[in-house]
Design a protein around this ligand. Structure first.
Ligand code: ARG
Length: 583
């Protein structure tokens, strides 16, 4: 289904053309003064410059043409040159019926579906997930669902950090604690021998311990480095142990991501790109992009016009090991080979901007991906505590994601404790959903690049732009629909300002989704979901839906309630937020 603003734009463009002006001037948007008109076009101002005429004259000419069209209840040229449009309720109701019948709820599906890979999550194996991983997971998941909602083929890749020093640290530490383990013996045979099972609790204790130790103990640090190198060159006992670490760590991560309603199509890691490193180096060499610098191999990526220094990207260190940039480049090669994506989006902390600029430039120079394909770095800001500094635990440590989720769930549980609507067996599950909704919405409503303050009290409030308010609105509609007792829900007409405004908002759903996708900005959906809920609250307050005696009116309003629920749920689903039946 076409967004209503597009239908109106096409009509207005034709009217501009009929009056002898450029049709591109006929862009129509929702009016920002709904008390004056529903839609508006400001094209006459640009036309005035182009055709050297007063904007009001041009608006008047176009208005005269549009006024012939019966879909308009009112067409007005207003000084100095606005074109104000209001459609008839009959037209609005017809559009509403089309939207009600559309399985996509008025969200236009891409004419040319693209393959988009979204690289988000980025957790590191052996290290517990902490709140630094929260935003990537939440934003990436929403972008993935958003791109799918507008009809693209999207793959979410967790891109595990599974090949670096953190594994070497754990191996080195384990080898000192359990020197007798067969996996540490040079003659370990993976065909016939297995490694001892580890647990998530083991890893959660060992990694921080080993990491701290390496900062104080140079010999240990060296040992961990060596272990990393040996792992990367395939020492069988280390590979077997690495697989066990991976198994335990990934299972633990999956549990946490699942609680957040985040899931990935691809559980690839940096290690999966390893086999592309040699072909990558050969290609860079062939294209004469490699330069030796202090024993390392680098690629120059500075460009004319760079305002900040742009160091060359190091692709191989002097000790022959490859690093972060190498892995990302090799991964682009792998993705190109496996999926030929139209776009790759990276949802990573904004502090990594330089890294991605270097990687993208190098990838372009080497032609690792089609020229028309998009490589986009979507950096995000930090979640801060009330002191404006990165959120910490009470004792100043980094907060584990699992602990944060538990705290949010608990607070939501307390908030719901008084609710008579939630039965005891469903209380915990409801608290989980409400807590996660509060957390996710509180994050997603912010512009991605900005820092924000984690304020649980506010996030859980039943009022304002919160996940809690939105879930609550859905439950209110559930209760109305339940009391009405199902049955047909036909739309017969539009009856007053409140239902008209709601339908206008609903009919813009497609345009909102399109804009959110184009801007890669889920916060557009948050704002719109809030608008919709607020309009619904007003409608609900002003009209006694269930007590309405006019049968047709009552039924039309129930149809409206159903549609608000569906569209609100669609917004929430794309934001990765689950709803609750009652609360
Ligand atoms: N594991 C990385 C880190 O902890 C994040 C990975 C981001 N994705 C990427 N393709 N580099 O910093």
């Amino acid at each position: 289904m076409k967004p209503i603003t597009q239908t109106l734009t096409e009509l207005t463009a034709a009217a501009f053309a009929q009056c002898g002006y450029d049709p591109a001037l006929g862009v129509v948007g929702l009016s920002d003064r709904l008390d004056l008109c529903q839609f508006q076009c400001n094209g006459a101002f640009a036309a005035a410059k182009q055709y050297h005429k007063a904007p009001f004259v041009i608006a008047g000419e176009v208005a005269a043409v549009l006024a012939e069209n019966l879909i308009f209840a009112e067409v007005q040229a207003v000084r100095p040159g606005f074109l104000n449009l209001t459609v008839t309720d009959v037209f609005l109701a017809e559009a509403a019926k089309t939207q009600m019948a559309d399985p996509h709820l008025g969200i236009h599906q891409a004419d040319f579906p693209e393959t988009i890979i979204i690289d988000y999550g980025g957790p590191n194996v052996a290290k517990p997930l902490h709140i630094g991983h929260l935003r990537s997971a939440i934003i990436g998941e929403a972008l993935k669902r958003l791109a799918r909602a507008v009809g693209h083929r999207v793959l979410g890749d967790v891109h595990l950090g599974d090949w670096g020093l953190q594994i070497g640290l754990v191996i080195a530490e384990l080898s000192e604690r359990y020197p007798d383990w067969r996996c540490f013996a040079p003659d370990f045979d993976p065909e016939t021998e297995t490694v001892s099972a580890l647990s998530a609790a083991d890893l959660n204790e060992i990694y921080p311990f080993a990491s701290k130790r390496s900062k104080e103990d140079a010999a240990f640090k060296e040992k961990a480095h060596l272990a990393t190198c040996e792992l990367q060159s395939g020492r069988p006992g280390y590979i077997a142990l690495w697989k066990e670490i991976l198994r335990v760590s990934v299972a633990d991560m999956k549990g946490n991501y699942q609680k957040l309603g985040v899931d990935f199509d691809l559980w690839y890691g940096e290690s999966d790109a390893d086999r592309y490193v040699e072909p990558l180096m050969a290609l860079l060499d062939e294209k004469e992009l490699l330069r030796r610098s202090e024993g390392a191999l680098v690629v120059d990526v500075a460009e004319e016009g760079d305002k900040a220094p742009m160091p060359p990207v190091i692709v191989r260190k002097s000790d022959n090991s490859s690093i972060y940039a190498t892995t990302d480049l090799a991964t682009i090669m792998q993705r190109q080979q496996d999926f030929s994506p139209n776009r790759i989006w990276y949802v990573v902390d904004k502090r990594q901007e330089l890294h991605f600029t270097q990687v993208f430039r190098c990838a372009r120079k080497a032609g690792l991906i089609a020229d028309h394909a998009e490589l986009a770095y979507l950096g995000f800001g930090t979640m801060n505590g009330s002191d404006g500094k990165p959120y910490k635990t009470r004792d100043g440590g980094v907060m584990r994601l699992a602990d944060l989720i538990a705290a949010v769930e608990e607070a939501a549980g307390e908030k719901l404790a008084g609710s008579a609507f939630v039965s005891e067996p469903e209380r915990q599950e409801t608290a989980r959903k409400v807590g996660v909704a509060a957390l996710k919405f509180g994050d997603l409503i912010n512009q991605r690049g900005k820092d924000y303050i984690f304020d649980l009290e506010r996030f859980l409030s039943f009022e304002g732009k919160t996940g809690t308010y939105l879930l609550y609105t859905v439950t209110r509609i559930n209760s109305i629909l339940q009391k009405a007792g199902g049955g047909a829900c036909q739309l017969f007409g539009i009856y007053n300002d409140a239902d008209r405004e709601l339908w206008l908002n609903l009919l813009l759903t497609g345009a909102v989704f399109e804009r959110a996708f184009e801007e890669k900005a889920p916060n557009n959906l948050c704002e719109n979901a809030y608008q919709l809920a607020a309009l619904f609250s007003r409608f609900y307050h002003d009209n006694h839906i269930l007590a309405e005696e006019d049968e047709k009116k009552r039924e039309s309003w129930l149809a409206l309630c159903r549609m608000v629920k569906k569209v609100l749920e669609k917004h929430l689903d794309v934001l990765g937020i689950e709803t609750v039946e009652r609360m």
